[in-house]
Ligand binder design. Structure first.
Ligand SMILES: Cc1cc2nc3c(=O)[nH]c(=O)nc-3n(C[C@H](O)[C@H](O)[C@H](O)COP(=O)(O)O)c2cc1C
Length: 186
């Protein structure tokens, strides 16, 4: 898939087919994450790959919007050491994984877990590390209306599409509202 097509079509997928994802594809996804750039190339991330159903089910109780982990084919947790800009770096490695997965037809959704939720003892993560995000992965279930926690997306999310470019783009200075390149609405 062309990179621009991938980044325009990748959307969060929270409902999955009951079908495993091949290890070769999982490895490609992790490899894409590993090659993300990071501040001073510190690569402050560690990954925990989780496929075990009981663990996925337990993790799905550790966040307010985490229930889709239960039916995911697998999850990857991104954990960072203390490092300047570790959160930004985690975002980069995760976005690489989301896009690589999508290019292979695998859907995904970032999941926020509570820091004191029990995730560290469950997975044996040492105290000095921070669990940045989990990501649920799986082949998208066909013909389903997308939901979050069983509710229509619009009841939970701030928006369904993206803000129009003219609300975001400043030209040359903060005050600059001269029209920039045309942006699509939605
Ligand atoms: C930092 C971060 C945390 C998120 N946490 C959750 C979450 O806990 N549960 C969830 O269902 N989606 C979560 N999401 C997914 C967002 O809701 C989603 O990306 C956003 O609504 C845009 O929708 P789209 O990905 O379909 O374009 C998270 C996304 C990010 C970037």
């Amino acid at each position: 898939m062309d990179i621009y097509a991938a980044l325009k079509t990748v959307r969060s997928v929270r409902q999955y087919r009951d079908e495993p994802v091949d290890d070769a594809i999982i490895n490609r996804i992790i490899e894409a994450g590993r090659w993300a750039g990071s501040a001073k190339n510190t690569q402050p991330w560690q990954y925990i790959l989780v496929k075990r159903r009981e663990t996925l089910a337990q993790l799905s109780t550790y966040g307010g919007y985490a229930s889709h982990l239960r039916n995911a084919a697998f999850a990857i947790l991104v954990i960072t050491e203390e490092a300047a800009r570790a959160e930004f770096d985690a975002g980069r490695t995760i976005q690489n994984m989301l896009l690589a997965a999508w290019a292979d037809g695998v859907g995904s959704c970032v999941v926020s877990l509570g820091q004191d939720s029990g995730v560290k003892p469950l997975l044996g993560i040492p105290d000095q590390y921070k669990v940045q995000q989990a990501v649920a992965f799986g082949y998208p279930a066909p013909n389903v209306v997308p939901t979050v926690e069983g509710k229509p997306l619009k009841e939970v999310l701030a928006a369904l599409g993206r803000k129009p470019l003219n609300e975001l783009l400043h030209t040359e200075t903060w005050q600059g509202r001269a029209p920039g390149p045309a942006g699509e609405q939605g």
